[in-house]
Design a protein around this ligand. Structure first.
Ligand code: SAM
Length: 394
């Protein structure tokens, strides 16, 4: 299956057919890890990747190429090499946890076959909850750690209390597969009340809400509760989430919840997810069309993925303009990366939405960037420089 994206054809590997959601998950992991490791590798001696629910699972590709195991190892190898070329010798290491004996055996054999690539990697056979201390001692105290938490269920996994020992670790980031589809179905059922308190910090009340409101409410509750167990020291905890939809139905399967204590983390994560958002919409349109054609036996005139526009999936620009007007005054306010991270976290919109809306407001003489250069760059606001923005008084 192939879809056109930014003038290029993206070929979705055959072994992701029918499990397109895994393709998005892996694409996001790949895109973000690469950005992240190239940044943290500049000032970190040791960088760790911990796959807490490694698999292999439902793999179809040879050499596990459609698993987070092979994907992460490849990224670690590439980043190590990329940083070495820039004169930085970073120690990259990876830990993979798997409880299933058969999968663990496959995992161990795979890691053994990749030993020569220069990445220290080990597999651990066990239940995640039982090996949390072992994981932390393997990480040591001086390294940066990225934890990937991608279970098959939610119990004894995603509850903030279960993750607490890891969440307490400074210099760490998390990507958590939040099984929304499961939790939506059970969150109002009496037998699960205690479990829901463990996941959300309270029993969620969603009566009378639309499906979209329920989703917003449940994910927000989880993100908020997660942050309460992160220690205050080491930077303000921030979370953001990305939806992964069922390939053939317009329903959310899970959210990938990302947690960091660095504002740049949120910014880079949203950059990676913006690119994928469009790919996800195109691949789903294509998969749905293929199913329709198979059922009807009739070809359709236009390729469905070509009808998907960049605009869809973005917030209405008028709403973003309103946001700017509410947050600016006639007194200059400095907008730096901390502020941008706050804005992305609060709204879930993309940085490009804020840039476009500000540009429009500037054209309408509503706002001004006091630090903008005469020659206008692509972006209306350079958050890295922390530019001063104002509302123009009429
Ligand atoms: C969704 S799969 C992982 C997929 C993998 N992250 C990927 O993207 O290719 C979850 C894996 O975790 C394992 N697993 C499930 N519960 C576990 C637990 N409590 N402790 C350790 N491993 C577990 C399962 O056997 C399965 O292989």
């Amino acid at each position: 299956m192939g879809v056109a994206h930014k003038g290029k054809m993206i070929q979705i590997p055959e072994h992701y057919k029918g499990r397109e959601q895994a393709y998005f998950k892996h694409s996001l992991l790949r895109a973000y890890l690469e950005r992240l490791f190239m940044i943290v590798g500049r000032h970190q001696k040791t960088v760790c990747y911990v796959d807490c629910f490694a698999g292999p699972w439902q793999e179809k590709g040879e050499d596990l190429e459609d698993t987070s195991i092979a994907i992460s190892l490849k990224i670690l190898t590439n980043c190590k090499e990329g940083l070495r070329r820039r004169g930085k010798d970073v120690h990259f290491k990876a830990l993979f946890i798997e409880r299933d004996q058969k999968a663990y055996a496959k995992l161990s054999t795979f890691l053994e076959s990749k030993r020569k690539q220069g990445i220290e990697s080990i597999a651990l056979n066990g239940e995640f909850v039982d090996v949390r201390r072992e994981i932390l001692s393997w990480c040591g105290n001086d390294s940066f750690v990225f934890f990937f938490i991608d279970p098959t269920g939610w119990k004894q996994v995603v509850e903030p209390s279960t993750l607490e020992p890891l969440l307490q670790r400074p210099n760490s980031e998390f990507l958590i597969n939040f099984m929304y589809d499961f939790l939506l179905r059970i969150h109002t059922q009496k037998p699960f009340e205690d479990d829901m308190v463990k996941v959300f910090g309270e029993i969620p009340v969603t009566e009378g809400m639309t499906p979209a409101e329920k989703e917003e409410h449940l994910v927000t509750l989880y993100r908020r509760y997660l942050k309460t167990v992160v220690p205050k020291r080491g930077g303000k905890p921030r979370t953001i989430s990305v939806k992964v939809l069922k390939p053939l139905k317009d329903r959310t399967l899970y959210h990938l919840v990302y947690l960091t204590r660095h504002p740049l983390g949120i910014i880079k994560f949203m950059e990676a997810s913006q690119d994928l958002d469009l790919v996800q919409r195109k691949v789903r349109a294509q998969a749905k069309q293929e199913t329709r054609v198979k059922k009807s036996g009739q070809e359709e005139l236009f390729a469905a993925h070509e009808q998907v526009t960049e605009k869809e999936g973005h917030v209405d620009i008028a709403t973003v303009k309103e946001y700017w007007m509410k947050h600016l005054t006639s007194q200059p306010i400095k907008f730096d990366i901390e502020k941008l991270a706050d804005m992305l976290e609060e709204t879930g919109w993309f940085a490009s939405d804020f840039q476009e809306a500000f540009k429009k407001l500037e054209k309408e003489d509503m706002v001004k960037n006091l630090d903008a250069k005469r020659v206008r760059p692509v972006n209306a606001v350079n958050f890295e420089k922390g530019e001063r923005l104002v509302i123009i008084e009429k």
